[in-house]
Ligand binder design. Structure first.
Ligand code: PMT
Length: 222
């Protein structure tokens, strides 16, 4: 960035999937590779921010310029790490694909195959990191992501409102975009506005996203 649009600000970025253990060898996870969130962390650092990156289980090196990295596995661990980091921060960007559910109990020993027809896993809802942050009286500027397979605009705008966010970056997943892919395309929504960021590499998109986050942040908190 020619202009250090986030200079002097602390930014927390979450990235990657969460893994919810079923037993010592199995888990429930998702396809997030962490690439989008890591690109956002790098772009925020390039824009002059002091960045804390909270990473789910991914195999990516820490991007250049990122000041702190905390590796976590489950949604509960991610929430604890985000809450600790965000206490000092002005901006939180949730690019992680956080599991909405976890097994109600984690078996201490490997589950054995039973005769019969199938296995039922009981799931419990995980905390929603963004919703909990938005309920705090002193809260950072909150940017969420929304990964949708259809009706992107409607679901994203609903999440913007329901989760009390300052901005949401929506992506259509599938067809070589979104999860795991090198490219993405984002639709940004904020209260009273929106913009389309067409298909591009995740690093380029992350830089464009950060420019809009900086602009909206300055408008909201002059
Ligand atoms: O990692 P990549 O392979 O590069 O893929 C990038 C991505 C597709 C994962 C990323 O661009 C993306 O869209 N991340 C959010 C995916 C997602 O889980 O969306 P959601 O609609 O389930 O969640 C909406 C928002 O709430 C997200 O900001 C999420 O971090 C947050 N959330 C969700 C659940 C939860 N328990 N706590 C949360 O904070």
């Amino acid at each position: 960035f020619a202009r250090q649009v986030l200079r002097g600000l602390k930014v927390v970025v979450s990235a990657g999937p969460t893994y919810e253990d079923i037993d010592p060898v199995r888990f429930i996870g998702n396809r997030s590779s962490g690439r989008m969130g890591f690109a956002v962390a790098e772009a925020a650092a390039q824009a002059g921010a002091e960045v804390s990156l909270i990473a789910g289980p991914v195999s990516l090196p820490t991007p250049a310029g990122v000041a702190h990295r905390v590796d976590v596995r489950s949604a509960a661990q991610m929430q604890a790490a985000v809450l600790e980091a965000v206490g000092q921060a002005q901006i939180y960007i949730g690019a992680a694909a956080v599991g909405d559910y976890r097994p109600a109990s984690v078996a201490e020993q490997k589950l054995k195959k039973q005769d019969g027809d199938g296995l039922t896993l009981k799931l419990t809802q995980n905390p929603d990191i963004l919703v909990d942050l938005s309920a705090q009286t002193v809260r950072p500027f909150l940017v969420g992501f929304a990964a949708e397979t259809h009706d992107v605009a409607a679901y994203a705008q609903d999440k913007l409102q329901r989760k009390g966010l300052d901005m949401i970056a929506a992506n259509l997943v599938g067809g070589g975009l979104g999860f795991e892919a090198a490219d993405n395309a984002l639709s940004l929504y904020w209260p009273g506005g929106s913009i389309e960021l067409p298909r591009a590499g995740k690093s380029e998109l992350a830089r464009q996203l950060i420019a809009h986050v900086a602009e909206r942040y300055r408008a909201a908190r002059p």
